[in-house]
Design a protein around this ligand. Structure first.
Ligand SMILES: NC(=O)c1ccc[n+]([C@@H]2O[C@H](COP(=O)([O-])OP(=O)(O)OC[C@H]3O[C@@H](n4cnc5c(N)ncnc54)[C@H](O)[C@@H]3O)[C@@H](O)[C@H]2O)c1
Length: 320
């Protein structure tokens, strides 16, 4: 449910994450103003926003009329003054500290009413980010997973200065949009999800390099063995259920054989150095030349459609 007191949300940046957050906030009935640096960014932001809604309509989750009612709540501006009444800001600009600090300075100059600012940063610490604000207590990191309008988890990290009020504002708004915010006890590189994901990827690359299995068979094992379980129960739940005595035996036997590389492995580094970057160049660890990319994208988003739980705004008479 929309938080009744929140009047207007501001988004900084119109890229992949900014446009997706705009879909999420308007999709849950919030008036949203998205800041673009120039005409081209404003147009591409609007285009992305509409593409995300087109996909939601095609998936049967949103009707055309509902999408139109959502877009009525969106304003795209190139003028910071239009953000003067926003109470909550989601910052989604490029991953450069000096750019993030520059936009925070504009926010403090033009927005007198904001209660909290959440940064979507993938890697920069909340302690470094808040140094760009006079009101340091209003910022926390809220790291979304792409695309945030479909993936519920948002990893929230406080700085040493973040106030309880700002943290509550961020958590309340995310929950009101059906997200699943996880407030970390302290910051750590990769937050939670990417630490888990890349630990798995490191071991997968190691198994390929050691001639244990092919990338295709590792992917097949993931999709058909334990990964589906973890959409409905957790890792700790599963292993407590299995019995910790068995897990201790497995860990003592297995851990000495697992990968402990402390930098990117050759399986990835070598093709990368040769310009084989994956899908975008046609070849990475896998060959992408014959892959139907639309079908791939549909497969990638399909599991998340089941999480769809928005409170869509009502269409009023006379609206588009
Ligand atoms: N793409 C992902 O998968 C992903 C996932 C989680 C978090 N993030 C984080 O979200 C943030 C945005 O990433 P993205 O993928 O949307 O990037 P993007 O390149 O798609 O968009 C970046 C946006 O920043 C804007 N921008 C650049 N300079 C600016 C300035 N001086 N003032 C205002 N706006 C400016 C650009 O116009 C663009 O709209 C980054 O911090 C990134 O680390 C990205």
């Amino acid at each position: 449910m929309k938080t009744e007191t929140m009047k207007q949300i501001g988004i900084l940046g119109t890229g992949m994450i900014g446009a997706s957050m705009a879909v999420l906030f308007t999709g849950n009935g919030y008036k949203t103003t998205m800041f673009a640096i120039n005409d081209a960014e404003a147009d591409s932001g609007r285009g992305r926003y509409r593409t995300y809604y087109k996909d939601l309509i095609a998936s049967g989750l949103v009707t055309y009329d509902q999408a139109a009612a959502c877009e009525n709540l969106l304003c795209i501006t190139q003028n910071y003054k239009d953000l003067e009444n926003v109470e909550f800001i989601f910052e989604c600009v490029v991953e450069r500290l000096e750019v993030k600090h520059a936009v925070y300075a504009e926010i403090e100059k033009h927005c007198g009413r904001f209660k909290a600012i959440a940064s979507s940063t993938s890697a920069i610490s909340a302690d470094d980010l808040c140094m760009g604000l006079k009101q340091k207590e209003k910022l926390a990191v809220a790291h979304p997973w792409n695309p945030p309008h479909l993936v519920p988890c948002v990893e929230v990290v406080k700085s040493a200065y973040t106030s309880d009020e700002a943290l509550m504002t961020i958590v309340d708004i995310l929950e009101s949009c059906g997200r699943a915010p996880v407030v970390m006890k302290r910051g750590a590189p990769g937050f939670i999800g990417n630490r888990l994901q890349h630990a798995l990827y490191r071991e997968a690359a190691y198994m390929v390099e050691q001639g244990i299995a092919s990338p295709e068979d590792i992917d097949k094992t993931l999709k058909t063995s334990f990964i589906p379980r973890y959409t409905s129960i957790g890792l700790f739940e599963h292993f407590d259920y299995a019995g910790l005595d068995m897990i201790v035996s497995i860990h003592d036997y297995l851990f000495p054989t697992l990968c402990n590389a402390d930098k990117a492995q050759d399986l990835i580094r070598v093709p990368c150095g040769e310009g084989n970057l994956g899908y975008k160049t046609g070849k990475g660890v896998l060959d992408w030349s014959d892959v139907d990319i639309d079908a791939f994208r549909k497969r990638a988003s399909k599991p998340y459609l089941g999480f769809f739980n928005w409170t869509l705004p009502e269409k009023k008479d006379g609206e588009l």
